[in-house]
Design a binder for this molecule. Structure first.
Ligand code: 5AD
Ligand code: SF4
Length: 443
């Protein structure tokens, strides 16, 4: 196949897993002779990496594909990948006949063959691979940031929470070997990466495919690689969140002091109907471990769903009291939306959109005040940031703390630090979502 002059454009929606999948897809396409371009106009092949976690994701995809139809006359080809592709399957060809490729994430390792198929004029599908034991490992990942990089350590999900499409779109849980994860992390460190984020839908459900290391041991080993200064991991599931993870953060300075631990609801009754496999008390026990560390202050963030079928006012009050107890540094809050194939479809979605919006607004307002107080506590302290860039309009350098907080700062007469460098910053001001400061000293 001569693809030397072929170009592609890719657009990505959704979670970090999807963004990282796109980096691997880009790397694979480049290895096959394609060149990436930054607009649909310039591209021969258009990839659309989709997300179906909430709302009317399917409709949005079909609308976009309808917009693309007129471009078919210019000889362009279209590929729909990711969660909507897996969920809707060949239905996509029916509703959007100009699409050539429909593939879910479990099939991306077969992309080179699928590309040959579509270039020869046939359609290709990658939809039947969700029971695979293989992960999408590739040596061709095209990472977009030269300092911070993702590594997928576990794919899929076996938890089947009542509201969630992920187990149906990303397939069963499968972990990589710790040796392959460590080899990739070492390679990244050699290439100048200092910040590594380990990814998985349930990252801490990691089970070394070779049986050598627990998740906490893997975290520690990545954190001990020379050159690595920050290690993050997301997303954690409370049921598999064991104390040794907290001990590792407490002991290994390169492990970031931030944990994202989705709770979804503060009511044990709602948690049971969500099939979350933990109670409010068990969740709070894990929070207690993190609040009693010896050497670190672990920043906590979470995901919360309001208006799950059957959620009473009293249940919602339990969620409010939980955020008051935990004092999160951030929450991602969502109104429940019914998703295809999920067990919660059998519950009556009894809460009106209006009531869901009311609960969401109350929750967010309460959380804003909690964050205002949390962020203000940093004023007067020196924090290390990784430099991410420069905001011309504000005349501020953009930095990120180990706790994953944005800390924008000025440098007085000192030269601007380079993106990717680490500097100390004195915090002088705070907002509910970011901090402001002045460069303290270069290291
Ligand atoms: N409705 C609303 N929120 C959802 N999430 C997952 N599925 C749904 C749904 N059907 C939220 C959860 C999850 C986050 C990634 O998205 O809070 O943790
Ligand atoms: Fe979805 Fe639950 Fe799996 Fe998370 S653990 S991906 S919420 S099914």
């Amino acid at each position: 196949m001569n693809t030397q002059n072929k170009t592609f454009f890719i657009e990505t929606f959704g979670c970090q897993m999807n963004f990282h999948d796109s980096e691997k897809v880009v790397g694979t396409l480049i290895s096959q002779g394609y060149r990436q371009v930054q607009s649909v106009d310039e591209a021969d092949l258009i990839f659309y990496n989709t997300c179906s976690i909430r709302d009317k994701a399917e409709q949005k995809v079909f609308h976009r594909l309808a917009d693309y139809k007129k471009l078919q006359e210019q000889g362009k080809k279209f590929a729909v990948i990711g969660c909507v592709a897996q969920q809707e399957g060949e239905n996509i060809f029916e509703r959007a006949p100009h699409v050539s490729l429909v593939a879910g994430s479990a099939s991306y390792r077969n992309l080179p063959e699928m590309l040959v198929q579509i270039e020869s004029g046939s359609r290709a599908t990658g939809l039947d691979d969700r029971q695979t034991d293989e992960t999408f490992e590739t040596e061709f990942t095209a990472r977009t940031n030269p300092h911070r990089g993702y590594i997928t350590i576990i794919e899929g999900c076996d938890k089947f929470c009542a509201y969630c499409v992920v187990p149906y779109t990303r397939g069963k849980e499968r972990s990589r070997t710790s040796d392959s994860v460590l080899a990739e992390a070492r390679k990244m460190a050699d290439a100048g990466y200092t910040d590594i984020q380990l990814l998985g839908q349930n990252v801490n459900s990691y089970r070394d495919a070779a049986g050598k290391k627990s998740f906490a041991e893997l975290l520690t080993a990545v954190g001990e690689i020379p050159g690595i200064r920050r290690v993050r991991f997301t997303t954690s599931h409370p049921r598999d969140f064991t104390r040794d993870i907290v001990d590792a953060i407490d002991t290994v300075p390169t492990l970031c002091d931030h944990v994202h631990l989705p709770v979804q609801s503060g009511s044990s009754r709602v948690l049971a109907s969500m099939y979350r496999e933990y109670t409010r008390e068990q969740y709070l026990e894990r929070i207690g471990w993190m609040k009693s560390t010896r050497s670190r202050t672990i920043s906590l963030t979470t995901d919360i769903i309001v208006g799950f079928p059957g959620e009473t006012e009293a249940d919602f009050e339990h969620t409010l009291s939980l955020i008051d107890t935990v004092h999160y540094d951030g929450i991602f809050s969502f109104k429940y939306s019914a998703r295809p194939n999920t067990p919660a479809l059998k519950y009556i979605d009894s809460i009106s959109e209006e009531e869901k919006s009311r609960r969401l607004a109350i929750l967010n307002e309460r959380q804003r005040e909690i964050q205002r107080a949390n962020y203000a506590k940093h004023i007067g302290h020196i924090m290390e940031v990784m430099v991410e860039g420069y905001n011309e309009a504000r005349g501020q350098v953009i930095g990120r703390t180990s706790q994953n907080k944005t800390l924008n700062f000025t440098c007085g007469t000192s030269p601007l630090p380079k993106p990717g460098s680490y500097v100390n910053v004195l915090v002088t001001k705070s907002y509910p979502n970011s901090l402001v400061g002045e460069l303290a000293s270069n290291q």
